[in-house]
Design a protein around this ligand. Sequence first.
Ligand SMILES: C[S@@+](CC[C@H](N)C(=O)[O-])C[C@H]1O[C@@H](n2cnc3c(N)ncnc32)[C@H](O)[C@@H]1O
Length: 209
Amino acid sequence: MKYHKLTENAAKPSGFWGKMMIKAMNKGHSSLTDWGLSYIDIPLNSTLLDVGCGGGRTVSKLCRMVGNGKVYGIDYSELCVSKSKKLNQKNILCSKADIIKASVSLLPFDDEKFDVVTAVETYYFWPDKLEGLKEINRILKHGGKILLIFEMLKTDDNPNKWKPIEKRLNISAVTKDEIGEILLRAGYQNIQLHTKDGTSWLCAIAEKE
Ligand SMILES: C[S@@+](CC[C@H](N)C(=O)[O-])C[C@H]1O[C@@H](n2cnc3c(N)ncnc32)[C@H](O)[C@@H]1O
């Protein structure tokens, strides 16, 4: 019962169980995020965006990597926006971070603003994944990079591993091929797909043409 209430709040955290889920995600996604971030060079003084920022832990990690740059976080959950703001209070005060309520489908930013856009464990929930990736492409600079991080990778060895959670949340775990193909269709190039032995983790990095 507790577990179900928690997992149901992964899609759009709200209320008591949303708060619990945000706490759990900030902790539980930390090493996955560090692993994914290890594959990308974050240019000093660059402008970054974390899509589906949840409780804001990734925003705070990026703030430590970006020198005098700026990190934005967006999430369509009111609760996530307020929790992310709280966690990143100091960075927001010195204008190093900004957290905004928005959906990946309509990002409130000008074209070609960002050097890097990250998205950790959020892709499954996007209403139109191709359009979401194209919208991110629009706001990336030419040569800018997208970094997608997943912990629900489906492989030939584990085709049913994620079935219960897929069913409960009405989402699909991803495959390497599917992510490579959709990134190409959304206009990205130089696609790299990394997995980690002994886990179901996937990190996809691609560049705007
Ligand atoms: C499983 S949580 C991951 C949160 C955070 N990235 C982390 O790793 O802890 C998924 C997050 O994506 C957000 N999200 C889902 N669909 C979204 C959309 N269409 N636009 C913006 N945020 C979205 C949810 O509100 C939630 O905070």
